[in-house]
Ligand binder design. Structure first.
Ligand code: 4AD
Ligand code: MG
Length: 477
């Protein structure tokens, strides 16, 4: 007899004689009704035991969290609340779960508590739904790029260059931290280190992706990314996953079109394929919002928000226009912003991004043409000599979802920029080579995968959409 998943069983439209299913007990009610879940769906299958046919000692072991194997008959349910149920004929406890100590009881647990029990939190409805959605989004991303002629590229995780120039990197070294070799100047001598030079965990695969775009045409990376920024916010991780497409012969307008089409496509995929999980998370979010003051509640449900993004055009606004809007905004005039916007050139903080998206435009916004000096070195300089062809995509409730740009393809302009920023040419000689041999307009962007999962699931803390979050002072599990 072939063991089926709960999802397969619940989809059946006929009754079945002999079915076998394995899973974990959610609840055991009235010594008769087992709610069983195996992770294949948000729904449990009800398994009905006739307590007279089983040893009491066996039934005692049917407690929340126990792994069991059930064999029985799939029949139409006599009770309310489910269409089908299993009349249990054989029952085996595969793994006991001591009710005195099992942390995940059938009651509401705080997310903080569940983070401390992250190894068991996917036994809850919320986290199993979030992680199924995470998996579906990952698949949808690979599907989108594959169907649109992109090649998947694995960029290195250990690197010698700081792609973003922000210096927020984790060092990779095998030197003895207590007693490192020193050079004549008394500095650590990295030529003696494993790679013969200073190396770090990557902050972005972009620079390497550019090299492949300039031969394979359309490529994308989807890999782990590391940032040692000490920002303990609900939107930052020290280890996160980033999707970075890079396309030859594509300018910034093409980049915006690609990013918008891509985001709509992957969100549409989960709307079509993950309905039950989304409906569950939508209810969860509604309950959470009931505990908030009216003004902070969203006027759209989770699924409405996803539909809205899929069905409406993103608003495209230049940095200069955005500054005008912000300068004249109520919170700026009433000095409600922590950082007041006084002049062109100011870097936008998340309070400003959220104002633009949530209060002013009320839809996803693509901001473009930022001042050169607040953006990375590789972005293409505009004719005005002071802005670059950068774009950030801002989402309601999230802030920055995507950061991208058209790349500087002119060798002389790039070299000058690197000089001004003290970026050593000899470190990026290969990057400069691209501008020497067959250079061309090209563009790309980076999407923070966890921020996308946050948006799609309605979860408000990034720690709750990645299996084992790495944040300052925390690398448990
Ligand atoms: O804007 P960022 O820093 O852009 C880059 O790294 C470019 N090299 C991308 C490119 O053009 N290929 O990061 C891209 C995205 C952000 O918009 C954000 O969604 C996410 O990565 N991100 C983070 N997500 C979680 N935790 C962090 N600490 C993040 N830092 C950036
Ligand atoms: Mg950015």
């Amino acid at each position: 007899m072939n063991t089926k998943t709960v999802e397969e069983l619940l989809k059946h439209d006929t009754t079945l004689q002999d079915v076998s299913v394995k899973g974990w007990v959610k609840t055991f009610r009235a010594n008769r009704f087992i709610a069983l879940n195996d992770g294949s769906t948000i729904n449990n299958i009800q398994c009905v035991v006739d307590f007279e046919s089983f040893e009491e000692s066996l039934l005692k072991r049917i407690s929340t969290g126990a792994a069991i194997h059930v064999i029985g008959e799939l029949v139409e349910s006599q009770g309310k609340g489910q269409r089908l149920e299993i009349q249990v004929k054989e029952l085996e406890v595969l793994g006991d779960s001591d009710p005195e100590t099992y942390p995940i009881q059938p009651k509401k647990h705080s997310f903080e508590f569940l983070r401390e029990n992250a190894h068991l939190r996917t036994r809850t409805n919320t986290f199993s739904a979030v992680m199924r959605l995470r998996s579906a989004l990952s698949f949808a991303i690979h599907k989108y790029f594959t169907e649109n002629g992109f090649y998947n590229m694995h960029t290195p995780i250990v690197t010698g260059s700081d792609a973003e120039g922000a210096g927020e990197m984790f060092r990779v070294s095998t030197l003895d931290a207590k007693n490192p070799p020193l050079n004549e100047n008394g500095d650590v001598d990295y030529t003696k280190d494993f790679f013969g030079k200073e190396t770090n965990l990557t902050v972005s695969g972009q620079l390497e992706a550019e090299t492949y775009a300039m031969s394979l045409g359309k490529v994308y990376t989807f890999g782990p990314t590391f940032r040692a920024e000490n920002s303990n916010t609900s939107r930052h991780l020290a280890e996160f996953w980033m999707i970075e497409p890079e396309v030859a012969f594509m300018d910034l307008d093409g980049n915006m079109d690609l990013a918008e089409d891509f985001l709509k496509s992957v969100l549409n995929y989960v709307l079509e394929h993950n309905k039950e999980d989304l409906e569950f998370l939508e209810k969860r979010l509604l309950d959470e919002e009931k505990t908030k003051p009216q003004a902070e509640r969203s006027d759209m449900s989770l699924i409405e928000k996803l539909r809205f993004v899929v069905d409406n055009n993103f608003k495209r606004v230049s940095y200069t226009e955005a500054i005008d809007i912000l300068r004249n905004s109520k919170p700026n005039k009433k000095k409600k912003f922590k950082y007041l916007i006084n002049e062109w050139g100011a870097d936008l903080q998340s309070e400003h991004e959220r104002y633009l998206v949530e209060k002013h435009f009320k839809c996803p916004v693509i901001l473009f043409d930022y001042p050169a000096n607040i953006k990375a070195f590789y972005m293409r300089l505009n004719e005005d000599g002071k802005t670059v062809r950068a774009m950030d995509i801002l989402f309601p409730g999230i802030g920055e979802m995507v950061g991208g740009s058209q790349r500087e393809e002119r060798l002389d302009v790039l070299v000058e920029k690197m000089k001004a920023l003290d970026i050593p040419e000899e470190e990026l000689w290969w990057y400069l080579d691209l501008r020497k041999y067959g250079t061309a307009v090209h563009s790309g962007f980076g999407l923070g995968f966890e921020r996308l999962v946050m948006f799609a699931t309605g979860m408000s803390n990034i720690r709750d959409v990645i299996p084992y979050p790495r944040t300052p002072q925390n690398a448990e599990f």
